[in-house]
Design a protein around this ligand. Sequence first.
Ligand SMILES: Cc1cc2nc3c(=O)[nH]c(=O)nc-3n(C[C@H](O)[C@H](O)[C@H](O)COP(=O)(O)OP(=O)(O)OC[C@H]3O[C@@H](n4cnc5c(N)ncnc54)[C@H](O)[C@@H]3O)c2cc1C
Length: 414
Amino acid sequence: MTRLFRRWGVVDRLREWSMPNPQIHLFDWESGNTIGKHVWEEEVLQELNGDFVTLHYGDLLTVLKELAVEVGVTVRSDTEVATISTKPSPRPSVTLSTGEVIPCDVIVGADGFSGQCRKSLYGQVEQPVPTWRGLYSGWVLEEQAKQCEEVMKMTEDGSILMWLGDKKWVVAFAVKSKRKGYYLAVQVFLPMEEDEKPEIGWTDNISMESIMRLVGDCEPRLKQLIKFADFSALVPMHHRDPLAQWVDPNGRMVVVGDAAHPIYPSSMQSTGMCVCDAGALSQLFHHLHHVKEIEPLLRGFEDVRQKRVTYMAQKEWDQLYMCMMSKGEEQTARNEEFHRKLAAGLNAFDDEVPDGNAALNQWESVKESFGYDAEDEANEWWQSWGSLLERATFKNITPGLKVPIEHAHHEESD
Ligand SMILES: Cc1cc2nc3c(=O)[nH]c(=O)nc-3n(C[C@H](O)[C@H](O)[C@H](O)COP(=O)(O)OP(=O)(O)OC[C@H]3O[C@@H](n4cnc5c(N)ncnc54)[C@H](O)[C@@H]3O)c2cc1C
């Protein structure tokens, strides 16, 4: 994602509000003992032209909105889309709740996993499958964070802290936000009781007692951190079927981001996947010359992105289940593996390659995720299919332009 930001010229604006993450520390939930460590090998990231940074979602949206406005996008804030028509004739359109109708050539549905674009493509009422796990998302503002002295100290260089327990997982890191100032983000993943409502979202009704009851016994640093946190969201984690078709049958609407491929809330790759959608779609639309090319280009976009997001989503779910294992043999084996790698100076989440050191292991493990370039993938698609598409589009099109000639001038040749 940062590679695209660099290319789009916004990386400096984002750098001001982002913190590079040098490493992840893994702690045992109850004892607080270190069970593993994952260091981002600088040479690997440099070679892949990637970065691992944390930033406030609102700050990211602000920068992207600025960029969009600078290149001529009209943004209507606080305006709801009431209905969508994808019929190509006379033209597709969206009708706002104010009654205003906006005709357009193509509709890009970036309205999230519960928006109407996904619903219309899904074709029936979607039945998300509960995992009986939920995310409590919160933060500790700087003033209170001073009370969590040790956590403050460990996160000030951008390090991410993780505590792993019995089906419980906490992720904490510092954020340098334009909106909220410096704070500690606290994401607490806990089992959800079966009778809890599966669709709770942003809410101020989260009781600290219920969180603490679910958190149970934990080491003092973690208890302190959770105690001082303000929790603003309880988001249940659901499996949602991947959409088979991202393009509307009329060929004039496509879904992107969570509307196309929702994972669970707070998955580290979600936002990156949304940004890569933008990169691939815009790269393909650079080649648009005629309205007839809209549908094949949208299908090309689906082709370029679908395989990739399926792969990334699986990795993210694997990571979640690995971090939220129940106490038992599997968890013991996982922790022993982390300990072994720690003692050998290897990274917790990297796979090992024969004769590999930390950097080589990391290269092999992350080249797929960090080395991916959505714009390059789109360009490759164009190289393979673009000329065919242009030939097919323009074969039966004759320019409807007639130029009257009043005088003809002939040059005499010797
Ligand atoms: C608590 C929480 C924590 C998260 N943490 C992380 C994280 O740490 N890292 C990460 O990468 N991802 C994280 N995510 C996931 C990430 O936020 C989503 O993947 C991302 O926001 C998806 O972006 P999107 O634009 O596709 O959809 P959304 O962000 O859902 O945006 C959809 C937008 O469409 C608007 N909309 C919907 N319907 C209409 C309509 N009819 N008219 C007008 N507007 C409409 C909505 O208001 C919304 O603004 C988190 C998510 C949650 C809930």
